[in-house]
Ligand binder design. Structure first.
Ligand code: 13P
Length: 256
């Protein structure tokens, strides 16, 4: 794939969601075996369930794959039964945390302000926030997709966000787990709109350094064309990241 020399290093991230027991480490082991013989031109990340971050990072954290969480509380510690903090993810060996995934926004009512607090918590803990944004089908059909996503970008990223501590993931809600994806043109248009919000707010230099991932039904069959689009700096992959064979086939998009 031809990329401009100033483009940020791409990130291929797997979001396992609420899938995976300890034996699923065999898939990570298999992925490590597949990537070690080449030097992929991208960073590789797996966000397993929180229970698996420590064992996975302990076993494979130094072998070319980073690990991360799927959500965090905005506080460092305290009386928040069931929650985990960004500091705990870092302590377990995580380098990243996904915040504002549409499943959190939909099922737990998380809005942009909450997402921004969570991203700030990741920065406080010294890990990278992957901030998810994306429109519903209703919003797209009403012609509001760009406005909605631009607003999410404006209000979900805290003031101290930089290209080094924050990744933006565009995941149209209607494309998640459905097998449907927007047209290449729609993806490119949205990524350009996100880039322009980032450069307007953080400056042309810094705004250009944020990685903008596409997520929603990325699979081996469509990865190469999606990942070749302008301003697409990687993918956030759900279902196809669970099996090393599929995720590795997506990584092929970054190999010569
Ligand atoms: P799918 O790749 O299964 O559509 O999920 C996308 C996603 O939600 C990643 O965060």
């Amino acid at each position: 794939m031809t990329r401009s020399p100033n483009a940020p290093r791409p990130l291929a991230a797997g979001n396992w969601k609420m899938n995976g027991l300890f034996p699923a480490g065999a898939e990570v082991e298999s992925l490590v075996g597949r990537v070690k013989t080449d030097t992929p031109a991208c960073d590789i990340l797996i966000c397993p369930p929180a229970t698996l971050i420590r064992p996975f990072a302990g076993a494979w954290g130094q072998r070319g794959i980073a690990f991360g969480g799927q959500d965090c509380h905005f506080a460092e510690k305290g009386a928040h039964t069931g929650d985990i903090s960004a500091e705990m993810i870092k302590d377990a060996g995580g380098d990243y945390v996904i915040v504002g995934h549409s499943e959190r926004r939909t099922f737990y009512g998380e809005g942009d302000e909450m997402v921004s607090h969570k991203a700030a918590a990741a920065h406080r803990a010294g890990i990278i926030a992957i901030v998810c944004v994306g429109e519903t089908l209703e919003e797209r059909d009403a012609g509001k997709a760009i406005d909605i996503v631009s607003q999410q970008v404006d209000f979900s990223l805290p003031t101290l966000s930089t290209g080094a501590n924050t990744v933006v993931a565009y995941e149209p809600v209607w494309a998640i787990g459905t097998g449907r994806t927007p047209s290449n043109e729609d993806i490119a248009t949205m990524h350009a709109a996100i880039r322009s919000r980032l450069t307007a707010r953080f400056g042309a230099g810094e705004g250009g350094q944020f990685r903008i991932l596409y997520g929603g039904s990325v699979k081996p069959a469509n990865a190469k064309e999606i990942l070749g689009l302008p301003d697409v700096d990687g993918a956030l992959v759900g279902g196809a990241s669970l099996l090393a064979r599929d995720f590795d086939a997506i990584l092929d998009a970054y190999r010569g």
